[in-house]
Design a protein around this ligand. Structure first.
Ligand code: SF4
Ligand code: SF4
Length: 129
């Protein structure tokens, strides 16, 4: 059955020169090659999700000023401050981490950011008062 299908697809490719059938034929022959999570850990040098340590933050705003994408923000919320990062904008340049003198924001090698909900890509951290 499978061989016959491949042969039929081969004929379709030869006859029509249809690239789509060529792709289907290759997929059929190759089978599933994707791996289920968890994948291997990314390199330590990989620039992924940011780690924020709110107890270290001095609210200096240096990370906000350095961010070329406008992805990081510090805002007054009620009596306290909130630091937010929008991964919808972040280009993972690492500038926020490099300007923070107290290492309150650091890059990690965590690349698990895929989500179906855009709101999950906004990380908000409340600063201790
Ligand atoms: S995370 Fe660092 S650079 Fe950003 S406001 Fe806090 S102390 Fe300043
Ligand atoms: S990694 Fe770059 S783009 Fe992302 S929040 Fe930090 S400075 Fe902005």
């Amino acid at each position: 059955m499978r061989a016959a299908t491949v042969k039929a697809l081969n004929l379709a490719v030869e006859g029509e020169g249809n690239e789509m059938f060529e792709v289907i034929r290759k997929i059929w022959k190759t089978g599933v090659v994707t791996h289920k999570l968890p994948l291997r850990e990314a390199s330590q040098r990989y620039r992924g999700k940011l780690d924020i340590q709110p107890h270290k933050c001095k609210n200096c705003g240096a990370c906000v000023a350095a961010c070329p994408a406008g992805a990081i923000n510090v805002a007054q919320k009620g009596q306290g401050q909130e630091l937010s990062i929008a991964y919808t904008k972040c280009i993972f340049c690492g500038l926020c981490a490099s300007v923070c003198k107290v290492q309150a924001v650091q890059m990690t090698n965590d690349y698990h950011l895929a989500t179906k909900n855009k709101n999950d890509l906004i990380q908000v951290v409340r600063m201790p008062q």
